[in-house]
Design a protein around this ligand. Structure first.
Ligand SMILES: NC(=O)c1ccc[n+]([C@@H]2O[C@H](COP(=O)([O-])OP(=O)(O)OC[C@H]3O[C@@H](n4cnc5c(N)ncnc54)[C@H](OP(=O)(O)O)[C@@H]3O)[C@@H](O)[C@H]2O)c1
Length: 415
């Protein structure tokens, strides 16, 4: 591993996700001249990926784009390739790679296995994982095999699928999900034993306040119209069912090492308070900002520094804004209960719950099932005997998960 004072210090700071008191205020940091940090962006064609690439372009004095991945949609990153000149571009879908090689013969294109090798062995400072779904696990896994790399993790499914295997590396994981970034920021300098509860905030999604009877006829277009965030299709539908928050509860469990009982969810429709921590002395810390994913992405890129960024500012209480909080209607949106049950079962349960959700959301978006069927599929999935198994390796879990997806499809769709 190449010696790097900055990376060493960042690694030290990330120990236990807490900054030692001697580093408070960042005074030590002023003496360091940071080098151009080498960044890889995974899922460059997606919502997180595009926002990350735009930040790398804005902060080109700080960061160098080493590589970028897409699954198929190379055209979406092409303008960034021309601007940021990465050393390589991975196209992880085999057919996608074949057609990319025909359309863009001049580009240094690589396949998925070459990508994994580069993640594990190249000189990389930060890997931003913006892949959607449990397919993102292996990229996180290989990035964490690279001792110099930090993982800026948006792909919550990495932890939902394989938290058990990623947990030993959590000192090198900087969360990008806005809620977990908020918790991470609130926990800096706080010893673990002083935490009583984590409070994840939730927008409540587009159907907040509706009852089950009103949800039966919901269309994909309605579910895709999130009131606050502009995101990829899967996470947007998950926000409408609150399954996104369920996955985030599991993500928080692995990131911060707390039990499901210590993680609450409060609906906060304004999406200004991104999450909170309740400490054992009764004090609470919250992190606030405008609902703009560039802020947590930038923080994950710059941690423990903060870079000057004038966009995405929130004009707070002076404009008469009010911030409100309410409990989740778990009768109408039962997904948080599924997450708690999956954690209680442990083993393969969280991964299989997520897999069932990925299949259900796809079927819903294709117009094959109704909105409420998603809940029905998830409830059925949770009580299948496979959820009580405990695979001994991610490879074993991956095989089980693949069969389980097929089982869900054939049970509900007959395919
Ligand atoms: N968007 C947000 O604001 C937000 C906020 C917090 C957390 N997150 C999390 O960040 C992740 C990405 O979300 P997103 O909204 O950016 O999703 P998205 O817009 O749908 O983008 C997904 C990305 O993943 C790639 N991809 C899809 N299937 C893949 C596979 N099998 N192997 C490798 N790459 C694959 C896609 O490539 P192609 O386009 O080429 O198919 C695309 O680049 C999710 O885990 C989500 O929960 C997102």
């Amino acid at each position: 591993m190449e010696e790097c004072y900055l990376c060493y210090e960042v690694g030290a700071l990330a120990q236990g996700l807490r900054a030692p008191a001697s580093h408070a205020g960042g005074r030590w940091f002023e003496s360091i001249t940071p080098h151009l940090r080498r960044v890889v962006v995974l899922g460059g064609s997606g919502s997180i990926g595009q926002q990350t690439l735009s930040l790398l372009s804005t902060f080109s004095q700080e960061y160098r784009l080493v590589g970028v991945s897409v699954h198929r949609q190379l055209e979406k990153v092409y303008p960034w390739i021309e601007r940021l000149h990465p050393e390589w571009i991975a196209v992880t879908d085999e057919e996608g790679l074949h057609s990319a090689r025909t359309t863009y013969p001049h580009l240094p294109l690589i396949d998925q296995s070459a990508l994994y090798e580069k993640l594990a062995t190249e000189r990389i400072d930060i890997v931003v994982n913006g892949i959607v779904g449990s397919a993102g696990f292996w990229a996180s896994w290989y990035a964490l095999q690279n001792p110099a790399a930090q993982l800026a993790l948006a792909n919550k499914e990495s932890l939902v699928f394989g938290g058990k295997w990623l947990e030993p590396f959590r000192n090198r994981i900087i969360p990008v999900d806005s809620e977990h970034s908020a918790l991470f920021q609130c926990l800096i300098g706080e010893p673990p034993e002083s935490i009583e509860k984590l409070i994840l905030t939730a927008s409540g999604g587009p159907f907040r306040g509706k009852k089950a009877g009103e949800l039966a006829e919901i269309t994909p277009a309605q579910a895709l119209a999130h009131p606050v965030w502009r995101m990829g299709a899967r996470i947007t539908v998950d926000s409408a069912t609150l399954m996104n928050k369920a996955l985030e509860l599991i993500e928080a469990h692995w990131l911060f090492g707390l039990s499901a009982e210590q993680i609450e969810v409060w609906v906060h429709p304004q999406c200004i308070v991104h999450s909170m921590v309740l400490f054992r002395d009764g004090a609470m810390k919250a992190q606030l900002s405008s609902p703009d994913m560039r802020l947590p992405i930038l923080y994950a890129l710059s941690y423990p520094r903060r870079l000057a960024f004038s966009e995405g500012r929130w004009q707070p209480f002076l404009n008469g804004h009010t911030l409100s909080f309410e409990p989740v209607d778990e009768e109408t949106f039962p997904t948080l209960g599924y997450a708690r049950e999956a954690l209680r079962r442990g083993g393969a349960a969280p991964a299989l719950l997520n897999a069932a959700d990925e299949v259900a959301v796809e079927a819903f978006l294709e117009g094959r099932i109704g909105f409420l069927d998603i809940f029905r599929w998830l409830e059925w999935s949770l009580v299948q005997p496979e959820t009580l198994t405990s695979p001994s390796s991610p490879q074993e879990l991956e095989a089980l998960e693949k069969d389980f997806r097929q089982k869900v499809r054939s049970h509900f769709l007959g395919v």
